[in-house]
Design a protein around this ligand. Structure first.
Ligand code: NDP
Length: 329
């Protein structure tokens, strides 16, 4: 059987482009003793991959990343044929694994694709980043950037559930409207056409308690200026800088704001929240069922479109989680 997979061919400078990848067709053999064969139904493209492409990931090997598939052959007693699983074996149609890092999911709890988004890594990032790293307290005023994306849209809704005033920024008027009309944000603005500090002052005259940082640059500076005493800034990502190269990361120029306002800036990686995983799944599935959390997905069809989907992350082409569908359900 032939499986298509995408390899990293060269390290991007600036925006990732098709030339940085190669499509490889590989003969997939039978799984060996203790192994399983997984047919992937969805694969994930994520902004963090840009950083790994720059240095950590080897060239001429398959792109690593989250995927969800069905076990089609099992020589491993821990897995049955027909099990749905998530794993990190990346951009390929089929994968063979010994089961390490492969997790069964419950398809009754949520639609399959949700396990790569709201019920998966980005959802846990939002949950842990806000509640644990951000030390969120109900009712606090929260600002989140990249607010229409996989992580940001969930951050805002978790804060709304707990009685917060929530402000979001996004890169188009349609996304801004969606945040307010569909996801219940109190205020939203288009960071490409509006001044972030002016908007924050309008939306939260008394200041913000938490800025959930997804983008970096001018929005971080505006948030720092408008933080309240003892404000927290969980630093989740800085997508506006990912294609700049090592030397060009801008600012922030106003870190002195942290001193007199006792502001905490704290970076984190989602792997820090393994202890929260079980509670996260319980809470998130309940919120989805009750309609308190809604989630959007932008889905490209077929592995041939994976690179286009990935590039789209840096152009705001997604509304919610960006995914690639590999099999029609
Ligand atoms: P998104 O679904 O939010 O997709 C990326 C979005 O970023 C785009 O849709 C675009 O929306 C916005 N964007 C792109 N370029 C820029 C720019 N130059 N300035 C401002 N916004 C931009 O991605 P995720 O939700 O998966 O990730 C959000 C952030 O969280 C990223 O920084 C990512 O690296 C980080 N992350 C960190 C993790 C961790 O463990 N620390 C785990 C997962 C994600 P728009 O139209 O609004 O511009």
């Amino acid at each position: 059987m032939i499986s298509k997979e995408i390899h990293l061919k060269s390290r991007p400078t600036g925006l990732p482009a098709a030339a940085n990848f190669t499509m490889v067709e590989r003969e997939i053999g039978e799984p060996g003793a203790g192994e399983i064969l997984i047919q992937n139904h969805y694969m994930s493209v994520d902004p963090y991959m840009r950083g790994r492409m720059a240095m950590a990931w080897p060239l001429d090997e398959v792109m690593i990343g989250g995927a969800l598939g069905k076990v089609v052959t099992s020589n491993n007693p821990g897995f049955q044929v027909g099990d749905y699983v998530t794993h990190g074996l990346g951009w390929r149609e089929y994968a063979i694994s010994n089961g390490e890092g492969v997790n069964q999911i419950d398809p009754e709890l949520a639609p399959l694709s949700a396990y790569l988004g709201v019920m998966g890594m980005p959802g846990l990032t939002a949950y842990g980043g806000l509640l644990v790293t951000g030390e969120y307290k109900p009712g606090e005023t929260v600002f989140v950037s990249a607010a229409s994306g996989a992580v940001g849209s969930i951050v805002g809704q978790i804060a709304k559930i707990h009685g917060s005033t929530v402000i979001g920024s996004a890169g188009s008027d349609d996304k801004v409207e969606m945040l307010k009309a569909s996801l219940g944000f109190d205020h939203a603005f288009n960071y490409k056409t509006a001044d972030p500090l002016t908007e924050l002052r309008k939306a939260a005259p008394e200041g913000i308690d938490i800025y959930f940082e997804n983008v970096g640059g001018p929005q971080l500076e505006a948030a720092l200026t408008h933080m309240r005493l003892y404000g927290r800034i969980p630093i989740c990502g800085m997508i506006s800088t990912y294609n700049d190269g090592a030397t060009a990361t801008p600012g922030p120029r106003n870190l002195t704001e942290t001193i007199y306002k006792h502001i905490t800036l704290k970076g984190f990686v989602v792997s820090a929240f393994v202890d929260q995983q079980a509670q996260f799944l319980t809470d998130m599935s309940r919120w989805i069922k009750s309609g308190e959390v809604k989630y959007n997905e932008t889905i490209f069809d077929g592995i041939d479109n994976a690179v286009t989907a990935f590039e789209g992350l840096f152009q705001g082409a997604n509304n919610g989680k960006m995914l690639v569908k590999l099999v029609s359900e």
